[in-house]
Design a protein around this ligand. Structure first.
Ligand code: 5GP
Ligand code: ZN
Length: 114
């Protein structure tokens, strides 16, 4: 049931558990895990189990499954303040070409956006 995944994509490999990750939550359509190079303590990512480079290419049902997971993570993490960030394309700072939503906690001493 991995027919929407791309054999050459690192995040698809994480979904298939072909490469390890620190998993937080998983549904039929989404996977949430810790960022390997966190911008702050607790930085995580939520991705659709559907390979697409850009957010506008992701089917609505996959996209709709993402935000409730982001919400659960922010609530369970007890984050007082945080950024939810999603980059599309190299010019927008996207490094991994599989859609992902960052959840980046903002410790009290930090200010501003990501
Ligand atoms: P982007 O700049 O594409 O929006 O963000 C990609 C994010 O994926 C970065 O924060 C980076 O640290 C994270 N990342 C890249 N490769 C891996 C990996 O193999 N495992 C995990 N857990 N995170 C990764
Ligand atoms: Zn992928």
């Amino acid at each position: 049931t991995h027919n929407h995944l791309d054999d050459n994509c690192i995040f698809c490999k994480i979904i298939k558990k072909d490469i390890p990750s620190f998993k937080l939550l998983e549904t039929e359509k989404s996977y949430a895990f810790m960022d390997i190079e966190p911008l702050s303590e607790g930085h995580s990512l939520v991705i659709p189990k559907y390979h697409a480079e850009f957010m506008h290419q992701v089917p609505d049902d996959y996209l709709a499954d993402i935000m409730p997971l982001a919400k659960k993570i922010a609530a369970a993490g007890g984050f007082a303040q945080y950024n939810v960030l999603q980059n599309n394309g190299k010019l927008a700072n996207q490094a991994v070409p599989h859609v992902h939503f960052h959840i980046i906690p903002k410790p009290d001493q930090e200010t501003g956006l990501g």
